[in-house]
Design a protein around this ligand. Structure first.
Ligand code: C2E
Ligand code: MG
Ligand code: MG
Ligand code: MG
Length: 289
């Protein structure tokens, strides 16, 4: 199989933390984080109303010296189980805030989305981490979105909710990631101080061919909007899906069709072109007419 930063995990089911090679992987990860050998890639999130990029999502990338590219699915869940996530999140937040500062030279309105783990919520240092970086890089807290997976089981839901309320109280935005992929109760979700939901790719995969798939997505979108969330569709790979999502009422799109995750340098170059010749947005509006 071709190796690259977008490769998906093959071994993710074998999550035995006692497996020696996995423990080695975790110590390699800690070292890589410490030595800045991990990278953040960024994927644009585009508004359907304006065709403009409104923000980017940070996605960790790791090129292991011997194993090559290791996809997040092969190390993030393991990092959560072993506690290494604390180091990963600290590195990600620091790097992402630094990079947002750089992206603001292109567009000062851009937001950044950072994936965090439910386990991070039990760490007393999480809020301080965001606060100090936001201050250091002179950012607005409102431009920072934390993405928390819908299915993320919190060790202590009460404490988790308290942490989320504290984070949003300082201005950060909360997004519920992978919406529709899990089985969380809606009454529970409604307790979270979220302003955005991201419809999971699996929910969207059959919409081009199946009426019932479209019906489910349409219902999820109108329910999400009825509850006051902005609805983002992720994993959009074709123009047909993009147009369908628009007709079903989604507000924002993310996916390979618009732009795959890119290194900061490549993203800056892409944004520069996008700004001069608004690409996809216009492709859309003209395609619509
Ligand atoms: P996610 O947060 O739901 O991120 C979206 C995933 O979908 C990313 O995979 C992205 O590369 C991929 N994607 C984007 N557009 C498309 C598309 O059009 N088609 C397809 N097939 N895929 C698309 P990635 O980067 O492999 O990350 C997988 C998951 O790993 C993420 O899912 C997130 O839960 C986790 N992850 C990634 N980076 C971080 C991080 O920095 N911290 C934490 N805690 N988790 C992370
Ligand atoms: Mg995400
Ligand atoms: Mg996520
Ligand atoms: Mg997701």
């Amino acid at each position: 199989a071709p190796h690259g930063p977008h490769q998906t995990g093959l071994y993710s089911r074998k999550n035995d933390i006692y497996d020696e090679s996995r423990l080695t992987l975790m110590s390699d990860l800690r070292e890589a984080l410490h030595n800045n050998q991990t990278q953040l890639y960024y994927q644009p999130k585009t508004s359907l109303a304006t065709g403009k990029v409104v923000g980017v999502e940070a996605l960790i990338r790791w090129h292991h010296p011997e194993r090559g590219w290791v996809p997040p699915i092969d190390f993030v869940p393991m990092a959560e189980k072993t506690g290494v996530i604390k180091h990963l999140t600290r590195w990600v937040v620091d790097q992402a805030m630094n990079d947002l500062k750089a992206l603001h030279e292109i567009d000062p309105e851009l937001t950044i989305s950072v994936n965090i783990s439910a386990r991070d919520l039990s760490s007393p240092e999480l809020i301080g981490l965001f606060e100090t970086r936001i201050k250091r890089y002179q950012l607005k807290a409102e431009q920072v979105i934390i993405e928390l997976t819908e299915t993320a089981a919190m060790d202590d839901p009460h404490r988790g909710l308290k942490a989320l309320n504290e984070l949003t109280a300082i201005g950060l935005k909360l997004s519920i990631d992978d919406f529709g992929a899990g089985y969380s109760s809606l009454s529970y979700l409604k307790k979270l101080p979220a302003s955005e939901i991201k419809l999971d790719r699996t929910l969207l995969q059959d919409i081009e061919s199946s009426d019932s798939a479209r019906m489910i997505v349409e219902t999820a979108i109108s329910m999400g909007q009825g509850l006051g969330y902005r609805v983002v569709a992720e994993g959009i790979e074709t123009e047909k899906s993009a147009r369908l999502l628009e007709s079903l009422g989604a507000e924002m799109l993310q996916g390979y069709w618009i732009c795959p995750p890119k290194s900061l340098e490549d993203l800056k170059a892409w944004l520069d072109v996008e700004r001069q010749v608004p690409g996809r947005g216009d492709v859309y509006s003209s395609a619509k007419r």
